[in-house]
Design a protein around this ligand. Structure first.
Ligand code: HEC
Length: 235
């Protein structure tokens, strides 16, 4: 394939017609391992779309074999990739095939890429395909979240404590966002992640605010009822 037709397929975003016959290509078996069995439960009250959360889960089970958000591994780091120029991470040794492409990673191009990298950049070093459209959409939603610049406006999220449970049980936010816990129960509760944050006792109707300045996954409990467990993920 000549260099110019390769560019056309990238700029045209959807080389779908060419795909037929190329599908059962590389490492599809590997994908079978990442099937739909492991889904993060997502509550509708969370502020990010469930897709980003599912995408994070998918990313960790599959992409992270070769990639990480902040470090170059077999593949380049991903923070900022949505909207980033193709093959532009300083110090990462891209294949000539990928370096030849011009353009920026937009959602539609990422979709084509994940469907079949070899079709977008024949000869690329990424031999991995995501055959399921929903998995692709989810993982792109996740990459979009981790690609928002530090300038993205901080958000406020609410976790309500009801009937001895935290809602949502898993909340995914960005560093700089604020989380407000509100106790709707009669009984007092706390939101405590040992060494990271601790609300102290919250009586009925009381709220407590936390500025998520530290990145990571924090499991937290109610100190008074340790069976109450939840998770805060700060990207
Ligand atoms: C088997 C290893 C492997 C897996 C698994 C893998 N990648 Fe890659 N990826 C690579 C390599 C290697 C490159 C660099 C390709 C090149 O230079 O041709 C790459 C490049 C990329 C790029 C281009 C980045 C840039 O800076 O231009 C994106 C986007 C990407 N991968 C996304 C993903 C996503 C999302 C997943 C999970 C669905 C994934 N990859 C899974 C190996 C992998």
């Amino acid at each position: 394939m000549s260099c110019s037709s390769r560019r056309v397929s990238v700029l045209g975003h959807k080389p779908t017609k060419l795909i037929h016959g190329l599908v059962p290509f590389l490492m599809v078996g590997f994908l079978a391992l990442g099937g739909p069995q492991l889904r993060v439960v997502f509550s509708a009250t969370g502020s990010l779309s469930g897709d980003a959360l599912r995408g994070k889960d998918y990313y960790e089970r599959t992409c992270s074999g070769c990639h990480s958000i902040d470090q170059d591994r077999i593949g380049p780091r991903h923070r900022g990739v949505v909207g980033r120029r193709i093959a532009s991470v300083e110090g990462f040794e891209y294949s000539p095939a990928l370096k030849m492409l011009r353009g920026v990673w937009q959602e539609s191009l990422l979709d084509s890429w994940l469907k079949d990298p070899q079709l977008v950049a024949p000869g690329t070093a990424m031999g991995f395909q995501v055959t399921d459209a929903r998995d692709r959409a989810d993982v792109i939603a996740y990459l979009k979240e981790v690609s928002k610049g530090p300038k993205a406006k901080p958000k406020r999220h609410t976790v309500s404590i009801e009937e001895f449970r935290f809602f949502p049980e898993t909340l995914i936010v960005r560093a700089g966002d604020t989380i407000v816990w509100k106790n709707e129960d009669q009984a007092p509760h706390t939101a405590t992640a040992e060494g990271v944050f601790d609300s102290g006792h919250l009586t009925r109707g009381a709220t407590w605010k936390y500025l998520a300045d530290k990145k990571g996954t924090f499991e937290y409990i109610c100190h008074l009822h340790p069976r109450m467990k939840a998770k805060l993920i700060v990207l």
